[in-house]
Design a protein around this ligand. Structure first.
Ligand code: NAG
Ligand code: NAG
Ligand code: NAG
Length: 304
C-alpha cells in the first residue's frame, strides 16, 4: 500500500515529475540510436497506477515494469577498488553506482531473464530455474557503447560506476544481464529499432540518471555525516538523514560495522526509463548495527 503524508509529498516533490499530454514518448532518440515508433516503442498513455500498486492486470509490460515492479537504485561506498594500478579510481565525494534492480513486489527477485542477452563472463548464480546460465566470452560491453557513438555515456560510467576487484566493463555486463534483462520495460520487444544493443545502452543510461537522483554523499553530509576514520555514527541518524530527502526508508548495508551500501526502493509510474520514481520503504532489513558504524575515509591513492 502506498500512502503519503503531505510532508512526505513535499519532500518527494523534486522526484515527482508530472508529464502533460496524453502521449508519453517512452524512450527518446539518443543520438545515433534509431528512432522508435509504434506500440512497442511508445506508451500511448501514462499508466494511471504505480508499479506494484496495480489493481487490474498489467497488459502493456513495456509501459510498467512487471513482475519486477519494485525498482531499487543501489550504491556502494568503497574505500578502494583493488584496481588502482589500471587507473580504476573512485570519484571524490561521491558514492558509486551499483545498479538498478527490478525486485518483485514482495522483495524476491529473478536473475538472468534472457540468455540471448547474457554478457556476464562469470554468471552468479550460475544456474536459474534449473538451467545453467551460459558463460559469455565475446567483446566486452564497453565496445557496444562505443559502437553506438555514446562515448559521453561511457565516460560517465567510467567515472561513477566503478567496480571493486574486477574490470568496470565486466561489472556493467553483470548488472545488465543479471538484473537489467529482468525489467519488462527493457525487453527487446519494447524496442522496434534494429539498432544493436539499443536496450542495453538505454538501460545503462537509465541507471546513471537514476543514480543522479540519489546524491547519498551530499544527503549524509547535510546531516554532518561525512567519512571519518576517527568517529563512528548511529544507524538512526543515517536513516533519518536519507529518509528526510526521499520520504522513505532505504536499506543500509554494513560488513562488520563498516558502512558499504545503500539501496533506494521505489515504485515506478510508467516505464522505468521515465525515471518517475515514488519512494517506498526497504523490504530488506539493514545489516548495520544500531551504533558504532564506521563510514571510512578513502585513501587518497584510491580517488580520482
Ligand atoms: C497486477 O498486474 C500483474 C501482472 O499483470 C498481475 O499478475 C496482478 O494480479 C495484478 N494485481 C492486481 C491486484 O490485479
Ligand atoms: C557527484 O557526482 C555528480 C555527477 O557528476 C555531481 O552532480 C555531484 O555534485 C557529485 N557530488 C559531489 C559531492 O561532488
Ligand atoms: C581510513 O580507513 C580505511 C579503512 O581502514 C582505510 O582504507 C583508509 O586508507 C583510511 N583513510 C585515511 C585517509 O586514512
Amino acid at each position: 500500500m502506498f500512502t503519503l503524508s503531505l510532508k512526505a509529498l513535499l519532500t518527494l516533490a523534486p522526484f515527482i515529475t508530472f508529464s502533460s499530454g496524453a502521449i508519453l514518448e517512452y524512450r527518446k532518440n539518443h543520438g545515433s540510436g534509431g528512432s522508435t515508433s509504434g506500440s512497442n516503442g511508445t506508451c500511448t498513455s501514462i499508466p494511471q497506477f504505480l508499479s506494484c500498486e496495480n489493481t487490474t492486470e498489467i497488459t502493456d509490460t513495456c509501459c510498467t515494469p512487471t513482475p519486477g515492479g519494485l525498482v531499487i537504485q543501489t550504491q556502494f561506498w568503497d574505500t578502494y577498488t583493488g584496481m588502482e594500478k589500471s587507473g580504476q579510481l573512485l570519484p571524490k565525494n561521491n558514492w558509486t553506482i551499483h545498479g538498478l534492480w527490478p525486485d518483485n513486489c514482495d522483495g524476491s527477485f529473478e536473475s538472468y531473464c534472457d540468455f540471448e542477452r547474457q554478457f556476464d563472463e562469470r554468471p552468479s548464480p550460475s544456474t536459474v530455474n534449473g538451467q545453467t546460465v551460459p558463460r559469455y566470452s565475446g567483446p566486452t560491453v564497453d565496445t557496444f557503447i562505443t559502437a553506438a557513438g555514446r562515448d559521453d555515456l561511457l565516460a560517465f560510467m567510467k567515472k561513477y560506476w566503478v567496480s571493486q576487484g574486477s574490470s568496470d566493463a565486466s561489472f556493467w555486463a553483470h548488472e545488465y544481464s543479471k538484473h537489467g534483462t529482468c525489467f519488462s520495460t527493457f525487453d527487446t520487444k519494447c524496442y522496434s529499432s534494429d539498432t544493436q544493443h539499443e536496450d542495453l545502452i538505454d538501460f545503462f543510461e537509465t541507471v546513471t540518471k537514476a543514480w543522479l537522483k540519489y546524491p547519498t554523499y551530499d544527503w549524509l553530509a547535510a546531516a554532518d555525516i561525512v567519512p571519518s576514520n576517527s568517529t563512528t555514527y548511529k544507524l538512526s541518524d543515517m536513516q533519518d538523514a536519507l529518509k528526510s530527502k526521499t520520504g522513505a526508508l532505504p536499506y543500509l548495508g554494513c560488513h562488520n560495522k563498516v558502512l558499504s551500501e545503500v539501496w533506494y526502493y521505489s515504485h515506478s509510474l510508467g516505464p522505468v526509463q521515465n525515471l518517475d520514481f515514488h519512494a517506498v520503504d526497504t523490504t530488506t532489513k539493514t545489516t548495520c548495527p544500531e551504533s558504532g558504524i564506521h563510514y571510512y575515509e578513502r585513501s587518497s591513492a584510491s580517488e580520482a
